[in-house]
Write a protein that binds this ligand. Structure first.
Ligand SMILES: Cc1cc2nc3c(=O)[nH]c(=O)nc-3n(C[C@H](O)[C@H](O)[C@H](O)COP(=O)(O)OP(=O)(O)OC[C@H]3O[C@@H](n4cnc5c(N)ncnc54)[C@H](O)[C@@H]3O)c2cc1C
Length: 331
């Protein structure tokens, strides 16, 4: 069912609740844990027609309906001098509601943390499923009752999502002889507050060989660092990469979701997608690495699993302000 209003959402939930019919909520269906598969049959509640950006408040909070695409939100916010604090690599397709109910973070998280951190999500209106469905407002700490709950405890119908002042970004790649070199360089940029960045990621070979549409930024048998950095720091970043032993292979402006090439399309879980295009046997694991011990952890994992595990890291600011290596290695 494709509701167009909160009243229609309530009517569907009242009908289903009274009859014990399962309801599976759906944004754009990119969630990669099977959450949108209606295992019990019943109703698929597709929110994609509830896609209005209602307002951007003067202090930079986007008030919107859940079906709004993140790519549209980013484009509209940039017109008013704001941008998304973070978005998944599925930016172009994914909805705001699906991201908040099913995602965790992404491009931007190196500076702004995940969805759970730093008041990034201000409030929700949620419709409950019961005899007489209620619209409940969850504000401040109460957003954590709903965030990342996959729609199991209510249907988001209105969202207050904090933005950041827009920055002119440059997309940047550099190739390094070894993964260790590329990792150290990327980590030094990610961890230092003097760099204004939206993305800091690093890939060991052969992962870059999977990125066929952007093979011009890849060098054979070399590791790749991929960053988004404030445009005015791009020159300094090139110099830093070269003095760390890297070859700058791309430096070009980011103009929003339609930028070509859109290098964020190769990071986070899109890395897995490109690996699977090369060989359908690949999948990924979600790992926790220690910010201080990760070099030793890489060696231990390599010793134990050899080339069965391929590293790429997306750096993330944790809730206590420390930048940590986020790891979803390809296996
Ligand atoms: C290649 C690939 C890369 C990805 N990269 C990232 C990434 O970088 N970061 C990240 O966090 N995630 C990532 N994901 C997971 C997913 O794409 C994102 O979380 C995305 O934001 C989901 O949005 P969607 O609109 O497609 O949601 P859907 O898949 O439609 O829904 C996701 C979950 O939210 C629920 N839901 C949807 N709308 C509502 C609503 N209005 N109210 C209540 N519940 C609702 C659904 O029932 C489901 O459980 C990736 C997935 C893929 C396949």
């Amino acid at each position: 069912m494709l509701p167009v209003s909160e009243d229609e959402v309530r009517a569907v939930l009242r009908f289903a609740g009274a009859r014990g019919i399962a309801v599976t909520v759906r944004g754009a269906g990119t969630g990669n844990y099977g959450q949108c598969v209606p295992l019990e049959g019943g109703i698929v509640l597709d929110l994609s027609l509830m896609d209005k950006l209602e307002e951007i408040t003067p202090d930079g909070v986007a008030v919107c309906q859940p079906g709004l695409r993140l790519g549209v939100q980013e484009t509209e916010a940039r017109k008013e001098g704001w941008e998304l604090r973070m978005y998944p690599s599925t930016l172009v397709k994914a909805s705001v509601g699906g991201f908040l109910a099913g995602g965790s973070g992404g491009i931007g998280s190196v500076t702004h943390g995940g969805l759970r951190d730093f008041d990034n999500v201000r409030a929700f209106e949620v419709v409950t499923m019961e005899e007489e469905p209620r619209v409940v407002l969850h504000e401040r700490a109460a957003v954590h009752e709903i965030l990342h709950a996959w729609g199991t405890n209510g249907v988001l119908t209105r969202i207050w999502f904090a933005l950041a002042p827009a920055v002119r970004w440059t997309q940047f790649t550099a190739a390094f002889d070894s993964y260790e070199q590329a990792f150290c360089f990327t980590e030094s940029i990610a961890a230092s507050s003097s760099w204004s960045k939206r993305l800091a990621s690093v890939f060991e070979w052969p992962i870059p060989s999977f990125f066929t549409p952007v093979k011009q930024v890849v060098r054979q048998v070399k590791a790749l660092a991929l960053l988004m950095i404030a445009a005015e720091q791009a020159e300094a970043l090139s110099a830093a990469a070269e003095s760390a032993g890297g070859e700058v292979t791309f430096s070009g402006v980011y103009d929003g979701p339609r930028t070509q090439p859109l290098l964020s399309d190769y990071t986070w879980n899109h890395t897995t997608l490109w690996a699977m295009k090369a060989n359908a046997a690949y999948t990924y694991l979600q790992c926790g690495l220690s910010p201080t011990e990760c070099s030793r952890q890489f060696c231990l994992l390599r010793e134990r699993f050899g080339d069965e595990i391929l590293f790429h890291i997306e750096f993330i600011k944790s809730g206590d302000g420390v930048v940590i290596p986020g790891a979803i290695p390809v296996v």
